[in-house]
Design a protein around this ligand. Structure first.
Ligand code: PMP
Length: 428
């Protein structure tokens, strides 16, 4: 395919005329389509319908005899659920606290504890410090950035490459003692789709930081959300906790996940996993925040997905629904946009998003044009702190919620918008 940059003036005029006609024709169709929602489709929710009938009447006791209908003895929940998450995280069961229906809430709690009480006894509460800075790999998850912003944390952006953020750049940034942490989605990133390489994880675990209470918020929301069953087509993420222990930084990482995109978002269970000291401190403070999380929901999930093999099989059914949508979009991006020299993307092997990088200065215009043609996309800039993408290039595509039969027309609209915006940019 000839690159737009190589078109003659006459060819460009003809192309612009053709695109204008497509644009008018899409507008006349009054489409109302949406590729902005990073949530499961109805067909995916259907996969977990049996959850609604669990646990069965009479089956309300945990393995240690805990009656899940009643208050729990402590905030840590059922040992078997701690074990279940421990296996997913790759840490011992006693380093896990299963939480409520949201990992974001657990992250918010961890930040609140650090700000009010200090990350661990002996450290100054971050709320008493003049400045707190965090490393934020971009593009990243907008909820993280808005949350950090509410705490008054200064966000330092680091670009996410094919293997994650650049270790050399991070090593340099952590020489500043005001840099107290980093927040990231290390596997099948939202929205980058990138999984951090072993070298990146090793650097994060081993690097010396000026702040002794440096914390990594490791939001592993997509840890089992592979798009492919074949092991060689999956990404692998190194166990950062093991590496932190090896390098003598075991308190550095706070790991989070949830079942939100395994079963029902908003009605699942979340979990935090961290070092013995971090877990003890979280437990000490959580003890007076609540008596305990929802153990009936913990039991319900355990009955539905009793072990790692059951999780694998269930996630493979999700993947069967998601994969064709991702592959269709990736194919159109590759054939009609990348080959025309109008952007690039990292084909994700899991997770919920494809991040398309348009020619610099085009993302906002593309999203605007799509909107005019009846296709809603995530606002350009949303994946950056303060909603500003300095290059105005990244666009998050979320294929999951859209109907599979709508995706071809969504992509025709998208290609039209990318070509229109790029030509506008190149000819100005
Ligand atoms: N973290 C990431 C990276 C996410 O993409 C999402 C869902 N969009 C969440 C957290 C939300 O998880 P939860 O429902 O457990 O709060």
């Amino acid at each position: 395919m000839k690159k737009i940059q190589e078109y003659t003036k006459t060819e460009l005029t003809a192309e612009q005329e053709k695109l204008r006609k497509s644009y008018e024709s899409f507008r006349a169709q009054h489409l109302s389509l949406d590729l902005s929602r990073g949530k499961p489709s109805a067909a995916q929710l259907e996969l977990s319908e049996a959850l609604l009938r669990l646990p069965k009447p009479g089956d309300t006791f945990g393995e240690d005899g805990t009656d899940c209908r009643n208050y729990s003895p402590d905030v840590c929940g059922l040992p078997e659920v701690r074990r279940w998450f421990g296996e997913l995280f790759g840490v011992p069961w006693n380093l896990v606290i299963p939480g409520g229906n949201s990992s974001l809430a657990l992250i918010h709690d961890a930040l609140s504890r650090a700000f009010i009480f200090g990350p661990l006894p002996g450290f100054t509460p971050w709320g008493r410090l003049e400045k707190v800075k965090f490393i934020c790999p971009v593009p990243g998850y907008d909820w993280h950035f808005h949350s950090l912003d509410q705490f008054g944390i200064e966000m330092i952006q680091v670009e996410t490459g094919e293997e994650g953020p650049d270790p050399a750049e991070i090593r340099e940034i952590v020489k500043d003692p005001d840099v107290k942490g980093m927040i990231c989605v290390p596997m099948y990133g939202n929205p980058s789709g990138v999984t951090y390489s072993e070298a990146v994880v090793d650097c994060l675990a081993s690097m010396e930081t000026a702040a002794p209470d440096f914390r990594i918020i490791w939001d592993n929301a997509y840890m089992v959300h592979h798009l492919y069953d074949e092991p060689e087509k999956r990404d692998r993420l190194a166990n950062i906790y093991d590496l932190c222990v090896r390098y003598g930084h075991e308190d550095r990482v706070l790991m989070f996940t949830s079942t939100s995109k395994m079963t029902f978002p908003g009605s699942g269970i979340s979990a935090i996993a961290a070092s013995p000291a971090n877990i003890k401190e979280a437990e000490r403070i959580l003890h007076y925040r609540l008596v305990g999380y929802d153990k009936l929901n913990q039991l319900r999930h355990l009955r539905f997905l009793p072990d790692k093999a059951a999780v694998e099989a269930h996630m493979s059914r999700h993947a069967a629904i998601l994969r064709p949508k991702f592959e269709y979009i990736e194919n159109v991006l590759e054939e009609e946009i990348v080959k025309a020299g109008l952007g690039h993307f990292h084909p994700p092997r899991g997770g919920y998003f494809i991040c398309f990088y348009a020619l610099p200065g085009c993302a906002k215009r593309i999203v605007e044009l799509c909107g005019e043609m009846g296709v809603t996309l995530t606002p350009a800039g949303a994946a950056y702190p303060h909603d500003v993408d300095p290059k105005d290039s990244a666009i998050r595509l979320a294929p999951s919620f859209a109907n599979a039969e709508d995706i071809p027309v969504v992509m025709q609209v998208f290609v039209t918008a990318v070509r229109m915006a790029s030509i506008e940019k190149l000819t100005n």
